[in-house]
Design a protein around this ligand. Structure first.
Ligand code: F3S
Length: 282
């Protein structure tokens, strides 16, 4: 049995950056609050808990004098609410997310209605919508737009972690519907470079592997996208830790591919590979 790791698996640039900033602040202050979970990964959050990091759900819950904004970012109203309480902000918003926020703000300022291809309940998408200043909508289904009257000036963006090919399909559907007299459509590619490369590498490996293990949080959007991409090509399982590996999956497999979401720690990936190299006795 061979084990191959996909290229660019585990912590992405934005998560590494956010964790480094947060850990620094937590050590200096002996603990700090973050607005929402920094990453959607239970193991990482438990480790941060050990450094005195506490997650608060909204601004009203902040008890300390400083709060850390996660790599997913927030909208301008949330920033104002924090500032109005005199609370200091440590902003770890990923630069790729900031790029999407800036695109939404510019579209709004130019009079465009922003349509975001993304999960409306995801914190990143809520933040980007906030920068569209109420002139926008987020959905993963182009059919949802049949329920509203689309204006003639439409800006199209994607949540950073979506699958590029699906965003393109979404754009095609909207274009067919929205291209009416005098319409103007502006498309901004806001898919994260890191995610694009990671998805391509995972897909390449899945096409060759007999089994793919995708390591990441069960609630992590980018991890679930990796599962969706690999599943049509080979048997694929989402696991959070090595303990979730079922020995039955490994029987008769030659090449086992391993990839991981952007918030999966290197030690979690190493533990999975070690477990694969030494299958548990039956
Ligand atoms: Fe940023 Fe892309 Fe990671 S948007 S947080 S580098 S997945």
């Amino acid at each position: 049995m061979r084990i191959e790791r996909a290229e660019g698996l585990g912590f992405c640039f934005g998560v590494k950056r956010a964790l480094a900033i947060l850990e620094d602040v937590a050590r200096q202050k002996g603990g700090v609050e973050t607005l929402g979970a920094l990453v959607h990964n239970q193991q990482v959050m438990s480790r941060l808990n050990g450094l005195g990091v506490r997650v608060v759900k909204d601004v009203a819950e902040i008890a300390g004098d400083t709060v850390v904004i996660s790599s997913h970012g927030v909208g301008p109203k949330v920033l104002s609410a924090i500032k109005s309480r005199g609370i200091g902000i440590v902003d770890t918003t990923c630069p790729f997310v900031q790029r999407a926020q800036t695109a939404a703000r510019r579209l709004s300022e130019a009079g465009f209605f922003t349509v975001i291809y993304g999960d409306v309940n995801h914190p990143e998408v809520k933040g980007i919508l906030g920068w569209a200043e109420g002139k926008g909508i987020a959905t993963l289904s182009a059919g949802d737009l049949d329920k509203i009257e689309l204006p003639r000036h439409i800006g199209l963006l994607s949540q950073t972690t979506q699958v590029p090919a699906r965003f393109i399909d979404f754009v095609k559907t909207i274009t067919e519907r929205a291209l009416v007299k005098d319409a103007e459509l502006r498309l901004v590619d806001t898919v994260c470079h890191d995610i694009r490369q990671r998805q391509a590498a995972a897909l390449d490996l899945a096409r060759r592997a007999d089994l793919m293990l995708v390591i990441g949080g069960h609630h992590s959007a980018n991890t679930r996208h990796l599962v969706d991409l690999c599943s049509p090509h080979t048997e694929t399982h989402l696991i959070e830790t090595a303990a979730e590996i079922n020995s039955g999956w490994l029987a008769g497999k030659d090449l086992i591919g391993v990839t991981a979401g952007a918030s999966t720690a290197p030690e979690t990936i190493d533990a999975v590979v070690r477990r694969l190299e030494k299958p548990a006795p039956r």
